[in-house]
Design a protein around this ligand. Sequence first.
Ligand code: TTP
Ligand code: MG
Ligand code: MG
Length: 409
Amino acid sequence: MGNEDNQTRADFFLYKLFAKHTSLVSSQSFHPRIPHPLSTTSRMHRVIFHVDMDAFFASVEQRDFPQYRGKPVIVGSAPDKRGVICAASYEARRFGIHSAMPSRTAGKLCPHGIFVRPRMEAYREESRAIMAIFEAYTPLIQQVSVDEAYLDLSSCVQKASGPDEALRSALPLARDIKERIQTERRLTASIGVGANKFLAKIGSDFQKPNGLTLIPESEKIMFLRPLSVRTIHGVGPVTAQQLEAAGLRTIGDIQNSKLPLETLVGSWAERLRQRAFGEDDRSLDLERERKSISAEHTFAVDTEERQVLRAALKEMSADIAQTLARNAAGALTVQVKVRYRDFSTVTRQVRVQDPVTAAAEIYRLSCHLLARDKLVSGALRLLGIGVSTLVEPWVAQMRLAFAGEKTEG
Ligand code: TTP
Ligand code: MG
Ligand code: MG
């Protein structure tokens, strides 16, 4: 399509499409191990979907309790309690409410909001039902959180003559998936279609809610240009500030930049450049269970400055806490990793009684480990945090967060 008109703007190629009625495909169970025989090879046109449910926890509440429909529903702690928001319905988002916001702030922004405490078991069950729908389309599924997954549909469209045609010929499958989620689960999802995970993920986020966005290979560079560098997974606030300070605000700025990105973001530079041009050769991780979550920060210049280290730790703790929340998990083990100038690497870990879920707790335990074993004994090249022994956190966390609250719904 890209060769039809050189001057076409990227958004011409975005398709907001609504599911049309189609017959149901029977679900089959298939749990592959890596590498799967259908895994994409370099000879194939790749077609990846990223499916993400819209306002997931809040939408389940609105489905199950009709009196909440069309209203600002806020799932999380009560507004007079310590704690955070898990999810906000699109009606609530108009008041500026979003996931991870303190509930007290949400209460001030939206005093008439309907605050609902989470029903984790219901969301997990819903998640299983949605994943079962995906299994009717491909065995190549990477569930990345409770409400989202990557699907590899490459083997369904190999008759296509080129990469864009391959993507486009997969659109009926995407519409079908949306339709099934709508009719069978009474929920809406947004789907991104692209030739790799990075593009598919950007696509699913692009026209939420109930969106369907295809990013053709021939248009991906133009499409990415106006987006913020923060759209790139892995660019957190600290990295973003470094890039922005160097005048790199949009992905287009990175595409144009002649600066040696290595001096800004260290070993990240190569990957950052690839993403800016819409390249991503990661395959789907088909392991069912997530066993650990980690984050690492390589410093552009080796450092032992406490302020810099603390900022990196804070950012990584926040990332990990968010991933835990998205996986509806808590961790019983927290680990830190440091790498010195000479590349020698040390890790230390601590095991806790109650599952850790909050960023502040991950941060505190990481600082504790670094101090306890005097790990910052010289300039660091890399600092990392990991959490493992993932468990369902809700028993302990609910006891704390919802102590004394009466159950709603
Ligand atoms: P998301 O897919 O990030 O958000 P969402 O589905 O609520 O909204 P969107 O339409 O933008 O996709 O997360 C899925 C669920 O995970 C969300 O409904 C609640 C939970 N969650 C948390 O509990 N805490 C968090 O910080 C985030 C980001 C999500
Ligand atoms: Mg979602
Ligand atoms: Mg999600």
